[in-house]
Design a protein around this ligand. Structure first.
Ligand code: ZN
Length: 172
């Protein structure tokens, strides 16, 4: 039997993947995030939106942290867990630390910009005085395939998502 954490981790990651799909539909890199409190109550759902919001910091994690903090009326999200489909970048990991998030669970590795599996490893306690429990690789294949498909589509200059109207045209 799976441990309680793993069951919740997969359920929350599925939700995060749904948010990633929303990002993709909006033409953004498909990354989604969810924040839950210590009881498992969902505080925020968010997706990557830097292009549509003209905000280079609008990564899924940052958007989720802002929403959750506003919701609880506190700049600290002590005891909360953040789920994100792609390994966080340095900026987002910094925000996780500032928010005092307890657990960070991510899906696919990001070898280019990831703060843990790339050339740097920010989990070393040397840098910060707040310890975050980090777990990677939850439903990683689905998350990385989504990102790969998105960039394949970009390179070809085609739409990745077949929208309702496109589908109708194809049928006709
Ligand atoms: Zn980021």
């Amino acid at each position: 039997m799976k441990e309680k954490n793993s069951v919740q981790d997969e359920a929350m990651m599925k939700l995060a993947l749904k948010m990633a799909l929303q990002a993709e539909r909006a033409g953004e890199v498909p990354v989604g995030a969810v924040i839950v409190d210590e009881k498992g109550k969902i505080l925020a759902l968010a997706h990557n939106e830097p292009i549509s919001s003209c905000d280079p910091t609008a990564h899924a994690e940052i958007v989720a942290i802002r929403k959750a903090a506003r919701r609880v009326g506190n700049y600290r999200l002590t005891g909360c867990s953040l789920y994100v489909t792609l390994e966080p970048c340095v900026m987002c990991y910094g925000a996780v630390i500032h928010a005092r998030i307890k657990r960070l669970v991510y899906g696919a590795n990001d070898p280019k910009a990831g703060a843990f599996s790339s050339a740097i490893d920010l989990t070393k306690p040397l840098y910060f005085n707040h310890y975050v429990e980090v777990k990677g690789g939850v439903l990683a294949e689905k998350a990385s395939e989504m990102v790969r498909a998105f960039f394949r589509g970009k390179r070809r200059g085609t739409e990745v998502v077949v929208t309702g109207s496109t589908r109708n045209r194809l049928v006709r």
